[in-house]
Design a protein around this ligand. Structure first.
Ligand code: FPP
Length: 260
């Protein structure tokens, strides 16, 4: 098998199977994920919505590890949007406790894997305890050089773009730059994802649960990304589903490269 990953794909029911392999040389470097469908996953099982979020947290661990194993360099997860505050208080408080649970149990493995935690979003507006927990995870992993795992918490792309615009406008007003200096690069440097450098723009965006929209996630950064939508609810999203998404990405890229 060498460095190829194989599994069987049923091309058509009752027909012969074909082997499909992931090209290890063409792994998307940065994958962004809109982790949707936790609530519906729970509802289907007659469980409270928060049970879906808890299971969704386990999926984050599994998928982060799977991505790391494949050599993905950056993964950015939409964990809480600026609009999610509208949810019932009980659900919001549960979601705010999840990072504590997550880092409480997963930190040793994160360290072992040399993963670096980063954050985007309006972190100052999080409850103090959540803020402390996530900032500590960033601090504890700041010297790691492996996959960058970024959590979008209280994140909204339009607000991010407005902040970037204001920052540039202030620099123009202060005479530090001229209007002509504003270009793609200057703008990207003001976005919350700028710490990712060359990896800032995701190669692949995955959204689970059948919704087909961006929901104010990385609007600038996703301009040229490949999008992969699946009906699977986030808690059910498996390592194999990640592989399928990457294969689809590679298929599209192969066509763009004119090899098909
Ligand atoms: C969307 O599903 C999911 C969220 C708003 C929360 C996502 C959070 C996690 C998956 C856990 C994150 C883990 C950490 C460590 C922070 P939904 O509730 O909108 O589902 P629905 O559309 O079916 O109602």
């Amino acid at each position: 098998m060498g460095n190829m990953l194989f599994w069987k794909k049923q091309s058509k029911p009752q027909e012969t199977t074909e082997s499909v392999s992931i090209d290890r040389e063409n792994i998307p470097q940065h994958i962004a994920v809109i982790m949707d469908g936790n609530g519906r996953w729970a509802k289907k099982r007659n469980l409270p919505r928060i049970a879906g979020h808890k299971e969704g947290m386990s999926t984050v661990k599994r998928i982060a590890i799977a991505a790391d194993e494949l050599g993905v360099k950056a993964m950015t997860l939409y964990a809480f949007s600026t609009e999610n505050w509208k949810r019932p208080t009980e659900e919001v408080s549960f979601l705010m406790k999840l990072p504590g649970d997550f880092f409480g149990t997963f930190m040793p493995e994160l360290q072992e894997r040399n993963m670096k935690i980063q954050l985007i979003g309006f972190i100052d507006e999080l409850p103090e305890s959540t803020k402390q927990v996530v900032l500590k995870a960033v601090e504890d992993t700041k010297n790691n050089t492996g996959m960058v795992l970024t959590f979008a918490l209280n994140y909204g792309s339009r607000a991010e773009i407005i902040e970037a615009t204001k920052a540039l406008a202030n620099e123009v007003q202060a005479g530090e730059i001229s209007v002509e200096d504003i270009n793609d690069e200057a703008f990207a440097n003001k976005l919350q994802t700028s710490f990712l450098g060359d990896l800032q723009d995701p190669d692949l965006m995955i959204r689970t649960s059948g919704e087909v929209r961006l929901s104010n996630f990385l609007l600038w950064q996703l301009a040229y990304s490949e999008y992969y939508f699946t009906d699977i609810f986030w808690p059910d999203f498996s390592e194999e589903d990640l592989h399928k998404a990457i294969l689809t990405y590679q298929g599209r890229h192969r066509r763009y490269g004119g090899l098909a």
